[in-house]
Design a protein around this ligand. Structure first.
Ligand code: CA
Length: 336
């Protein structure tokens, strides 16, 4: 009798434990754990993507987000930790896109689905793993849209041709020297303006300012010291550098709200500061990189992959020619 009673107790205990484990498993299945590696938190555009990711994954996943602080070695360590913690999915914004092969190999060995975004690795490398997708933009498009904006500014404002030589004298601010986006924006902004019939004439060398406001401000101060009155246009690969150029201009009385002297400055990203500057009339245009659309696409594709569906299942996105990359379109922004 005594034995029987303890057996019943034992079975009851087993049943409760089974129920507990089933419930726990169900909870994990409903809330996958997603590791997110960001190249650096201190980047205005990437912050908009981070916010969109947080919002899109809220209640749908447990997020572990890490700041790579612009250092690939740091990001590699963060990746090791997330793999060790057996996350269900990974979202990766590479610090150094050229280091992707090692990163892909580690993720592939762990069998974790991964969505890379923004900084584009060699797609050939990504294709070596059948659970990898890239979400980015078409690098040439941002430059071409800047070229279209240049044409509009040139046509609408004859006064921008300060020396009346029929050419647009410009200075160029470039992001990182080997970054594919920076290279494409630098090249296509000017080639598109030329294709649109604007004669372009660069003043000085291209200023490589690593997407950074302070570096761009210093470079613009030097450019103005040497060539004040000769610069008719400022082209920047991103809005952060455009803001630096505007700060340098404002310091000597150009591009001040309500002022009379304006050197047109154009950037890329449509950050809050740039939109504000455009609305105040101290910046002339930017190209909108839609961080929210990017974050939503990355989140949706990641959730699909984790639940074993085709990455683009139920979305309106389409792969480009590579069959592995989705491109979020840019849009020109010239304010009101
Ligand atoms: Ca001119």
């Amino acid at each position: 009798m005594k034995i029987r009673k303890s057996r019943v107790l034992f079975f009851t205990l087993c049943l409760s434990l089974t129920a507990f484990f089933l419930a726990t498993t169900a909870a994990f299945a409903a809330n996958p754990r997603i590791g997110i590696l960001i190249y650096k938190y201190d980047d205005t555009y990437i912050s908009t993507v981070r916010n969109a990711l947080n919002k899109a994954l809220e209640g749908k996943a447990e997020i572990m987000m890490q700041d790579g602080k612009g250092d690939q070695a740091t990001q590699n360590d963060q990746l090791d930790v997330l793999i060790e913690r057996k996350v269900d999915g990974l979202i990766v914004n590479m610090v150094d896109a050229q280091a992707a092969a090692g990163v892909v190999n580690k993720i592939k060995a762990a069998g974790i689905p991964v969505v890379f975004f923004n900084r584009e690795p060699d797609l050939g490398v990504l294709k070596t793993y059948n659970k990898a997708v890239f979400v980015g933009t078409n690098a040439a498009d941002a430059g071409k849209m800047q070229g279209d904006i240049i044409k509009q500014l040139w046509t609408a404002n004859p006064a921008f041709d300060l020396n009346k030589d029929g050419k647009f004298q410009y200075v160029m601010f470039k992001g990182e020297p080997d970054n594919p986006e920076a290279i494409a924006r630098t090249e296509f902004s000017v080639s598109q303006a030329v294709a649109n019939g604007v004669k372009m004439d660069q003043i000085g060398q291209t200023f490589v300012c690593n997407w950074d406001t302070a570096l761009a401000q210093q470079a613009m101060e030097s450019a103005l010291a040497a060539n004040e009155g000769k610069i008719e246009l400022v082209i920047a690969n991103n809005d952060s550098m455009a803001m630096g150029a505007i700060a340098a201009l404002s310091n000597i009385g150009y591009n001040v709200e309500g002022g009379s002297k304006l050197i047109p400055v154009i950037g890329v990203d449509a950050t809050d500061q740039a939109v504000d500057a455009i609305n105040k009339g101290i910046m002339s245009g930017t190209v909108k990189q839609d961080g929210e659309a990017m974050g939503n696409a990355v989140a949706g594709i990641m959730l699909n992959m984790i639940s074993g569906k085709a990455p683009l299942n139920g979305t309106s996105y389409k792969y480009d020619d590579s069959s592995i990359a989705v491109r979020i379109p840019y849009a020109p922004f010239l304010g009101k």
